[in-house]
Design a protein around this ligand. Structure first.
Ligand SMILES: Nc1nc2c(ncn2[C@@H]2O[C@H](COP(=O)(O)OP(=O)(O)OP(=O)(O)O)[C@@H](O)[C@H]2O)c(=O)[nH]1
Ligand SMILES: [Mg+2]
Length: 339
């Protein structure tokens, strides 16, 4: 069994940054991670990827021949990948024995709520390799600042969940920036729990643009509420606790926490509804060391997230925090020097 995440979400929601940060976090807790870049327009990758779609097809090439625009080009690339799934299977094979797979997708949302290619090739991979994947959909938390945008984010999340038919976690990303968009109309819980959308109506009425579509928005809200599927967790990729909480949630949804244990259905149910901390007890030394380091200098984690090179520094962190500081400085990490 191979576990992993399908990282999706609108453009700029933080998918590539997430794959980089998540892979580093997972490596720290002892998992081998392989990142698969499936965005044919991802030019400056912050991580070392195990598989890169650009070796198969590039967006800039299909924009020349067959002369497609950026949106049509991305659909074409995904269809091309579906037809050449053997290529992806062959590339993935070496990592299937013991790696955790992160798929970094493009930000074109129609690939995930109505286009068939992505769903089809993921289903094929799942069957061929016995993959256990969770879709992690990142939604930029700034959308909460506008009721109309928030409703479209809800609808996008619901449509994607229904279309992809994968275990699914919706994430409000860049939560650290939320305060900078002004005071929200409601507490954060209102936006994460998606309990009673009728409260949004008053806010919608205040904006003349949203008021125009009030009836439509009301109907959409009732569809979202009737399904009762959408809720969100939050993420600040620079915060180890935030990333750790998300890892626990994803581990439950794709079944990672159940791997390697031989237990009764009752035991499984207890784990499913309870805390998942036991997973990290498999690596108590690494995890406690990591926590100590982060509490000694919480900014270390932020810097470790920032470039792949810094992972090397973190390996040194395991032998002493002071040593890591020295290495960072030698590499000219200006953020560190300022501290
Ligand atoms: N403050 C903050 N910034 C973030 C966070 N996650 C991502 N970013 C920033 O958001 C911007 C976009 O991030 P990307 O990772 O490129 O987003 P993406 O979803 O991969 O973008 P596309 O591939 O173009 O769709 C970058 O400048 C990141 O540094 C976060 O948790 N907090
Ligand atoms: Mg990206």
């Amino acid at each position: 069994m191979v576990f992993g995440q399908v990282v999706i979400g609108p453009p700029g929601s933080g998918k590539t940054t997430y794959c980089n940060g998540m892979s580093q976090y997972l490596s720290l807790i002892g998992r081998k991670v392989a990142i698969v870049n499936l965005d044919p327009a991802n030019d400056a990758l912050p991580y070392d990827c195990a598989v890169n779609i650009e070796e198969l097809i590039k967006l800039e090439d299909v924009m020349v021949e067959p002369s497609l625009g950026p949106n049509g080009g991305l659909l074409y690339c995904m269809e091309y990948l579906e037809k050449n799934i053997d290529w992806l299977e062959a590339k993935l094979k070496p990592f299937l024995k013991d790696h955790y797979i992160l798929f970094d997708f493009p930000g074109q949302v129609e690939l995930f709520f109505n286009h068939e290619s992505t769903k089809k090739f993921l289903t094929k991979l799942t069957k061929s390799f016995d993959l256990r994947l969770t879709a992690v959909q990142l939604i930029d938390s700034h959308l909460c600042a506008d009721p109309g945008n928030y409703v479209s984010a809800l609808f996008l999340s619901l449509s994607t969940m229904l279309h992809m038919e994968l275990p699914h976690v919706n994430v409000l990303s860049k939560i650290d920036l939320l305060g900078s968009y002004g005071k929200l109309a409601f507490n954060l819980d209102f936006y994460t729990d998606v309990q009673d959308l009728s409260y949004l109506e008053r806010s919608l009425n205040q904006d003349p643009r949203s008021a125009k579509y009030r009836k439509l928005t009301k109907e959409l809200c009732s569809v979202i509420e009737d399904y009762g599927l959408v809720n969100f967790t939050t993420l600040d990729i620079q915060d180890k606790e935030s990333v750790g909480n998300l890892v626990k949630l994803v581990d439950k949804t794709n079944g990672y926490i159940f791997s390697g244990i031989d237990a009764s259905v009752v035991e499984y149910s207890k784990i499913a509804v309870g805390q998942t901390d036991w997973d990290y007890n498999r690596y108590p030394f690494i995890f406690s060391y990591f926590l100590t380091i982060v509490s000694l200098d919480s900014s270390v984690f932020f810097r470790v997230m920032s470039t792949t090179k810094d992972v090397v520094s973190l390996t040194i962190v395991f032998h002493g925090c002071g040593c890591a500081r020295e290495v960072h400085e030698r590499r000219g990490n200006t953020r560190l020097r300022k501290k």
